[in-house]
Design a protein around this ligand. Structure first.
Ligand code: FAD
Length: 554
């Protein structure tokens, strides 16, 4: 029997669901309701359009209602807002493009209404100069602010991935950029030390960084806005971009009596069904299984929204398709760097009461993005979190000019397929000098993690050099390397002389060994341990990580 599916929301999850529904069945009647002007547009590309990197606005509009109708036979209705759902009668009340209300019956309903940027009740937030970036019209307004109203400066509130992308793009458009973040770091999915690398990049690019400082008020002043911070600092800018997080657009579902979670997300099962078997929910508005730690979570990301749309369509068309959860894999461009991560970070593990050394271990590595002797290489920093039996990878984070995305994708894949530390050691990855190293940093992470688990290696904290008062910090780099990039207050014995000169060191003291990236430190540590030194640690990521993480914060 022919069925009718009504979808609320016509971008990532909704449009994917509609297209898959049609590919699976020619006879299903599909109505796509979108309250905005556009369907299936590239919201992830909006920051780059604002910055002029994507000059052609039309490039963002991936589909038009007409084309979706022609290609997929979908009844696409833009400027049509779903107002209410009557589940007992299986109808949606809709406000149409000209303001009239009508009822749309369904056999199956898919809610893909997404999320909206937070706008908390901060005094002055209603100023038209305090903007958000979520839709194409938002991007048009911001472009207008730059091109027509000649904005010279912007204050970005929130250092998540949209805030950081906006910092880069507004800087590219010639504006002076201030970035305000209430936490002591940007990009919360990264651990603090990994975020330090981004802080350095922001400062190098002239972004004025205000960390650990919340906004108290906005006040219009002349042609701009004065942003008052908790510290008393006042930031003046021609416009403000607010990017402090999102909330799910769950009101429609809540009013319809569907089961909701405390964060306002729609409760769903693995088939993307809600508490009503005739109603599905996908994307930002719906909760998902936390793939790494179990339990339920909200994960507003484009890839998961698209895949959930497909899973819902499969199930609607009678297939048995399961969405196995979200692990939060992401990548973001921050000026010349890429920051990428998958799974959970160390902060999340410790917030759950897990203790490093007792419940999990972590390692930080530095490697060149490809063979050091081939031109154009850059430094890549990788952090890996894993269980003490080595069977589970909790998460990974990578920051670097090149190759961060590739390594995180490999690690995300290993995690998805249930691999652990052993799998990382065994991975055979593509290698040629312009692209990688024969022992890729992902393999190296497996080797280092394996050495930790088998007691062959121990790593210090990333801030151990300044914090460990009683330890000997030993630099085993060559003289020229130390002169080029000194690390203050360290003992110096080059690796080649260590066997002859180890008598200068007290074997009963903690020794933290540092080299350029970590591999010579590992060799040195093995020498000292085998000569009776009791407490030897490798400084993680070497002097490269030390320099990338120290003193970049204002
Ligand atoms: P959306 O794609 O937001 O679609 C929901 C649609 O539902 C909206 O168009 C809305 O107008 C419509 N709607 C809501 N209520 C109703 C109603 N009552 N009636 C009719 N229509 C309704 N994610 C990444 O993974 N990587 C990135 O690089 C990335 N960059 C981003 C950059 C920006 C600027 C933005 C805004 C988001 C970015 N995201 C990124 C997040 C990603 O776009 C979202 O997670 C994804 O679009 C969610 O898909 P969705 O279908 O749940 O919601």
């Amino acid at each position: 029997m022919m069925k009718k599916v009504v979808i609320v929301g016509g971008v990532a999850g909704g449009a994917s669901c509609a297209a898959r529904l049609r590919r699976l069945d020619e006879s299903t009647e599909i109505v796509l309701l979108e309250r905005g002007e556009y369907v299936s547009y590239a919201n992830c590309g909006l920051p780059y359009y604002v910055g002029g990197v994507i000059p052609d606005r039309a490039a963002l509009l991936l589909e038009t209602p007409e084309r979706m109708h022609k290609r997929f036979g979908i009844d696409v209705r833009v400027r049509n807002e779903a107002l209410r759902i009557d589940r007992s009668r299986k109808v949606v009340t809709v406000r149409g493009a000209s303001g009239e209300e009508y009822e749309e019956p369904y056999d199956v309903l898919v809610i893909a209404s997404g999320s909206s940027p937070l706008r908390p009740g901060i005094p002055g937030i209603d100023s038209p100069r305090v903007m958000t970036l979520w839709t194409v019209p938002d991007a048009d307004r911001l472009r207008g602010m730059i091109q027509e109203r000649r904005a010279q400066s912007a204050a970005i509130v929130g250092g998540g991935f949209i805030g950081l992308e906006m910092a880069e793009n507004l800087h590219a458009a010639g504006l002076d950029v201030s970035l305000i973040e209430a936490l002591d770091q940007v990009m919360a999915p990264l651990d603090y030390e990994m975020a330090q690398v981004l802080h350095g990049e922001l400062l190098r690019n002239g972004v004025s960084l205000h960390l650990g400082d919340g906004v108290q008020s906005f006040r219009e002043e002349g042609d701009g806005v004065e942003v008052a911070l908790a510290s008393g600092t006042k930031v003046k800018a021609d416009c403000v971009v607010l990017s402090i997080g999102v909330r799910p657009n769950g009101a429609l579902a809540k009013e319809a009596g569907l089961e909701m979670n405390p964060r306002g997300g729609i409760v769903t099962d693995a088939h993307r069904r809600t508490s009503d078997p005739n109603v599905y929910a996908v994307g930002d508005v719906a909760e998902v299984e936390d793939f790494v730690l179990g339990g339920r979570t909200m994960a507003p990301l484009a890839g998961p929204a698209n895949r959930q749309g497909r899973v819902a369509a499969d199930n609607i068309q009678g297939m048995d398709s399961v969405y196995e959860g979200t692990q939060g894999t992401f990548v973001a461009k921050v000026f010349g760097l890429a920051a990428a991560a998958t799974g959970v970070n160390e902060r999340t593990l410790t917030a759950r009461g897990m203790v490093r050394g007792k419940d999990y271990e972590s390692v930080i590595l530095t490697q060149h993005s490809h063979a050091k002797y081939y031109p154009g290489h850059s430094m890549l920093f990788l952090k890996l979190l894993f269980s003490l039996d080595g069977r589970k990878i909790y998460g990974a984070q990578a920051v670097g000019k090149a190759g961060a995305d590739k390594r995180i994708d490999v690690l995300a894949t290993v995690m998805r397929l249930g691999g652990g530390v052993e799998a990382l050691k065994r991975l055979e990855l593509a290698y040629a000098p312009p692209y990688a190293s024969p022992k890729d940093i992902v393999n190296m992470a497996g080797f280092a993690a394996g050495n930790i688990l088998s007691g062959l290696a121990s790593f210090s904290e990333w801030d151990a050099i300044e914090k460990s008062r009683d330890a000997i910090v030993l630099d085993v780099r060559e003289d020229w390397e130390r002169k080029a990039a000194p690390v203050p207050g360290v003992a110096e014995i080059v690796l080649g002389s260590l066997r002859d000169r180890m008598g200068e060191l007290d074997p009963n003291k903690e020794v933290i060994i540092l080299c350029a990236i970590g591999s010579r430190a590992h060799t040195a540590a093995r020498i000292l341990v085998q000569h009776g030194f009791r407490n030897v640690k490798i400084y993680p990521g070497g002097a490269s990580f030390y320099h990338a993480t120290h003193s970049p914060t204002p």
